[in-house]
Design a protein around this ligand. Sequence first.
Ligand SMILES: Cc1cc2nc3c(=O)[nH]c(=O)nc-3n(C[C@H](O)[C@H](O)[C@H](O)COP(=O)(O)O)c2cc1C
Length: 245
Amino acid sequence: MNQTIDTLLNHRSIRQFKNTKLTDEQLDYIIRSAQQASTSSYMMAYTIIGITDAEKKAALAEVSGQPYVKDNGHLLVFCADLHRQTHSATSEDYNQMVDNLENSEHFLVSAIDAALAAQNAAIAAESMGLGICYLGSLRNHLERVDELLALPTHVIPLFGMAIGEPAHQPERKPRLPKSAIYFENEYQPHDDAIQTFDDQIAEYYQSRSSNNRSDTWTDQMHRRFKKTMRMDVTDLVQKKGFNKR
Ligand SMILES: Cc1cc2nc3c(=O)[nH]c(=O)nc-3n(C[C@H](O)[C@H](O)[C@H](O)COP(=O)(O)O)c2cc1C
């Protein structure tokens, strides 16, 4: 179709990287692409922290429990950030702003802004032949990550992104059929589409070249949602002044 669509359709997460650091030029394109993402009401309500300190990187890898957090070409942490909105605010200004700073609306706004910037970064990296892996695993111990990055009030870490030269080429992971996620005009029943996908994904899990197993998407989702996880996230989010009202 065109190169952009090819890049998008070729995505797969990369979890083994060559020992090659990103060049300054590559990083510059990645960050500038992230910055050019659409942003709600021009808020630019996110911060990206690149981890160059080996000890911090090791500490983040420990939080995540995943080796590719340490072994990659570069590690970025994407944060929701409403701190800049309070720049130069007097205490009177702040008191008038605090309802908005602390409400669910602006928690969502900042998380969405960060995610859009991150996905632009991912596409930029992939368009240059690099691989990426998002890292929600940094939320295994959000408070520790918050401390390591010295984040002020109204800034919280959301997820990381490992970037680098791919050292493996995993198969592309199938997605739900379009009929399960795209509807016209209103929400539609799509149980059949999920069933078809479960059959397809069972085959994928059985035949893929690594980590093959007997599983379906539905079973995977039920298992995941039955096991409570990261229940401490709410505390940190609210402690940092997000999603309180
Ligand atoms: C916000 C977010 C967080 C993620 N966190 C992790 C993670 O901590 N570790 C990991 O190995 N993959 C992580 N992933 C990657 C997903 O597992 C992956 O995108 C999904 O299984 C689909 O596979 P694919 O990207 O290879 O197509 C994350 C993806 C997203 C969008």
